[in-house]
Design a binder for this molecule. Structure first.
Ligand code: AMP
Length: 281
């Protein structure tokens, strides 16, 4: 496995890869866990060469404190990636990715009007900036993203198609801890007490899925129920609970108007913000 700490090094390595090879790309912000590793393993199944980037992208953080305390464990990450069989790890500098200030504003098709969009202004535009820049550099055939970040996945699919990138976006299922908590780099910021109660989030989502099948509660009522359940634990505080059409991300008001439905939540455990989602239909 080759580790490239600069753009020029990466470009040299990429130039050595045969044009016939299908390259698979896994962008990450590091602090890797089994969720990330599952993407790398999936990439191996479809691609001849697997490239992983580790870059904490400043333009997608709307909260400077969140950026500052985002965990950084590059050395350990590289060990895990080597074990998982990655071929190239790209650890660029901010200057490599943004030689000038990136002023680009992306059309996100309104997919950012719910969920994370209004709560993290500029976040998805920052995601679009970094992902397009990385696609331009790496020029992958396939790129792998986790369903854990459901809205991000939809938005990446949207602009990849809109901008005609010849990249196939492959989605990968959410990997969870044994107690159901979705794996996240932010989980390591939880205190022992917060970590102990965090599984309530997914437990409640699973109960909501069951309740949605009975269709006794309307989507809005079900969201209120989930909010109440999670907030009943004094260490957790929901920021939003939304039920959306899985394709358009429009808010769902009636169960029967939509074929595919997802419930998405953001929950604070102290100042640590956790997101999760579940397919209801
Ligand atoms: P991040 O480092 O948080 O930007 O995540 C990098 C990629 O890993 C994104 O495509 C995420 O959706 C994906 N990812 C993060 N956590 C998980 C998880 N628990 N299961 C599956 N994929 C994940």
């Amino acid at each position: 496995m080759v580790i490239c700490y600069s753009l020029t090094h990466l470009q040299r390595e990429l130039s050595l890869i045969s044009d016939n090879y299908k390259t698979g790309f896994v962008p990450t912000m590091g602090a890797l866990h089994q969720g990330h590793i599952s993407l790398v393993k999936r990439a191996h199944e479809l691609s001849d060469k697997v490239i992983v980037s580790i870059f904490v992208n400043p333009t997608q953080f709307n909260n400077p404190l969140d950026l500052e305390r985002y965990p950084r464990t590059v050395e350990e990450d590289c060990k895990r990636l080597e074990e998982a069989g990655a071929d190239i790890v790209f650890v660029p500098t901010v200057g490599d990715i943004y030689p000038q200030k990136d002023e680009r504003m992306f059309d996100l098709g309104g997919l950012d009007s719910v969920g994370e969009g209004p709560r993290r202004p500029g976040h998805f535009n920052g995601v679009a900036q970094v992902v397009t820049r990385l696609f331009d550099i790496v020029k992958p055939r396939y790129a792998y993203f986790g369903e854990k970040d459901f809205q991000q996945l939809s938005i990446i699919r949207y602009f990849t198609k809109e901008l005609n990138y010849p990249v196939e976006i492959i989605s990968c299922p959410t990997i969870r801890e044994e107690d159901g908590l979705a794996m996240s780099s932010r989980n390591m910021l939880l205190t022992t007490e917060q970590r102990a109660v965090a599984p309530l989030i997914y437990k409640t989502l699973k109960m909501a899925r069951e309740r949605s099948q009975a269709q006794i509660l309307s989507p809005d009522e079900l969201c209120n129920w989930v909010t109440g359940e999670i907030n009943s634990n004094s260490m957790l505080k929901t920021e939003y609970v939304e039920i959306v059409n899985s394709l358009t991300l429009r808010l769902v008001k009636n169960w029967n108007d939509h074929e595919q439905i997802q419930m998405c939540v953001a929950v604070f455990a102290g100042s640590v913000r956790l997101i999760d989602n579940i397919k209801l239909k």
